[in-house]
Design a binder for this molecule. Structure first.
Ligand code: GLN
Length: 237
């Protein structure tokens, strides 16, 4: 953490933030504050430059047109890419995976160049993947199943420099029949899970917070969060 206040970037909520994905930034801020860490959310809109000085960045999902506006903005204002190169954590949900890849093809068949933080490409699937998604994480430091809600038409393929975030137990994940979900490359993590993701997966929230603060975190006992997890995991059976 660069200063005494943890600064959480909510990147382009004006165009990327379907299904309440902005809640991921709220969860990070709340879990930091509950441990006595001062934290604030910095909203970056299409009117703003993207600073490279934030401690963690979050991006939400979007429809195809909004996704294109975001891609253009992030390509022109490359602060987040510089922060990622310096090891700052970045969380990308759904369309944001596609935007951060090399390119994605829209449902209308147009290919759009992405930001290139992920060695990944996305093309339309035969059918839309919608529903509860549960995975087993493949990342050191995460042991709890990940739960979320997927709704995407894009099928993402990973190149050699990217790894999946988890193996699919329920739902589709990156592509029909592929058996894997999400992307991890350096400090940048992507997933198709809405929920919002971090409200359902406190272990992952703390994983990102620990990276952002550079220090281990005291555990938090929140029975209502555990209850939400149990409910959501039961819904995916
Ligand atoms: N437009 C993208 C797709 O359908 C992403 C959708 C989303 O973010 N919910 O694949």
């Amino acid at each position: 953490m660069s200063e005494s206040t943890l600064r959480i970037g909510l990147v382009l909520p004006d165009v990327m933030g379907t299904y309440g994905d902005g809640g991921n930034a709220l969860v990070l801020r709340q879990r930091a504050r509950m441990r006595g860490i001062e934290a604030e959310i910095v909203q970056i809109t299409l009117d703003d430059d993207v600073p490279d000085s934030l401690d963690v960045y979050t991006l939400g999902g979007a429809e195809d047109f909004a996704q294109r506006l975001a891609t253009r903005h992030l390509t022109k204002h490359a602060g987040m890419q510089r922060a990622a190169a310096a090891g700052r954590p970045v969380l990308a949900i759904c369309a944001a995976i596609q935007v951060l890849g090399h390119w994605y093809e829209t449902a209308a068949g147009e290919r759009v160049d992405g930001v290139g933080l992920f060695d990944a490409t996305t093309s339309p699937m035969a059918e839309r993947a919608i529903g509860e998604l549960v995975t087993a994480p493949l990342v050191d430091g995460l042991s709890q199943p990940l739960t979320g809600f997927e709704n995407h038409r894009g099928a993402t393929s990973l190149g050699a420099d990217a790894r999946p975030l988890g193996t699919v137990r329920h739902g589709t994940g990156n592509a029909l029949g592929g058996g894997v979900e999400g992307v991890v490359q350096g400090s940048v993590l992507g997933t198709y899970m809405h929920g919002p993701l971090l409200a359902r997966n406190p272990e992952l929230a703390d994983y990102l917070l620990a990276q952002a603060t550079g220090a281990p975190l005291a555990p938090l006992e929140l029975p209502e969060v555990d209850r939400l997890r149990r409910e959501r995991l039961a819904a995916a059976r």
